[in-house]
Write a protein that binds this ligand. Structure first.
Ligand SMILES: Nc1ncnc2c1ncn2[C@@H]1O[C@H](COP(=O)(O)OP(=O)(O)O)[C@@H](O)[C@H]1O
Ligand SMILES: [Mg+2]
Length: 245
């Protein structure tokens, strides 16, 4: 059974069709890349999955249960979490406190357990040294790690990452890729929205491509890189499919 299934998801904002019958599956411990030009509907699809938006059509099935339209905190508690395109840590809190909020938000842990989990995750993502710093004072790559840590701390086994590598330099991207691989090996599944093509092509088992709210392709990274519909969709976009970044 797939971990997550989207069946014919549709989302309309007034007259705008942001998603049109999008279907796909995510499997256990899989890394699924989700790409497409700006405005293709990637963030909207994530929001429909985790309950920030209500799909106007279709179903989201997680672990065999229909979770379509459930509230975000309920969806979080059954094991799905998202990191945002726009980083939004609690700025007045330290790194450790931010992760602790995630652990308590997951709803399953006592304070003592949540603290232990937080310690473990800070080590896992490599934020040990930053733990007492205010989250507003740490570097961009550290904040990206903090986003991952907060999502992991909720106990989620499935993570949706929305441009978690934005703003990173090539070396930092390499480090981020190592961390994502580690997260997968920890038994989690990931959907990765990323404009950095080298990254998404390198790390994904499979890739799906959205354009104007429609899934136009699905396949291995090699298949996607050669798909004429995909190449065409990216020609009009400033971030090239074969960009060097
Ligand atoms: N809350 C909203 N209200 C109206 N239109 C929206 C809203 N959110 C997204 N859109 C529109 O839906 C389309 C898909 O946006 P989005 O999902 O953010 O694309 P992507 O993440 O692929 O860049 C865009 O045309 C965008 O302007
Ligand atoms: Mg987006």
């Amino acid at each position: 059974m797939p971990t997550l299934q989207c069946r014919n998801i549709g989302k309309q904002f007034g007259a705008l069709i942001a998603l049109d019958r999008v279907s796909f599956e995510l499997h256990d411990r899989e890394i699924l890349g989700l790409i497409g030009p700006n405005g293709a509907g990637k963030t909207t699809l994530f929001n429909c999955i985790i309950g920030l938006e209500k799909p106007t059509a279709g179903k989201v099935i997680f672990g065999g249960t229909d979770i379509t339209g459930l509230k975000p905190h309920k969806i979080c508690r059954i094991g799905l979490a998202k990191t945002s395109q726009i980083m939004e840590p609690f700025k007045a809190l330290t790194v450790l406190e931010n992760v602790l909020v995630g652990a308590l938000h997951g709803g399953m842990l006592s304070m003592k357990e949540a603290l232990m989990e937080t310690e473990m995750i800070l080590g896992f993502v490599g934020l040990d040294k930053e733990r007492e710093k205010l989250s507003s004072s740490i570097s961009v790559p550290a904040r990206r790690r903090l986003e991952l840590a907060r999502a992991m701390a909720t106990g989620a086994k499935t993570l949706l990452l929305d441009e978690n590598m934005a703003g990173l330099n090539p070396h930092e991207i390499d480090e981020a890729l190592v961390l994502l691989t580690k997260i997968r090996h920890s038994g989690r599944s990931l959907i990765v929205v990323e404009h950095v093509m080298r990254a998404v092509m390198g790390i994904s088992d499979r890739i799906i491509v959205l354009n104007y709210g429609t899934k136009i392709a699905e396949g291995s990274p090699a298949e996607i890189a050669q798909n004429s519909l995909v190449i065409e969709a990216y020609l009009g976009d400033k971030k090239s499919l074969h960009g060097r970044n």
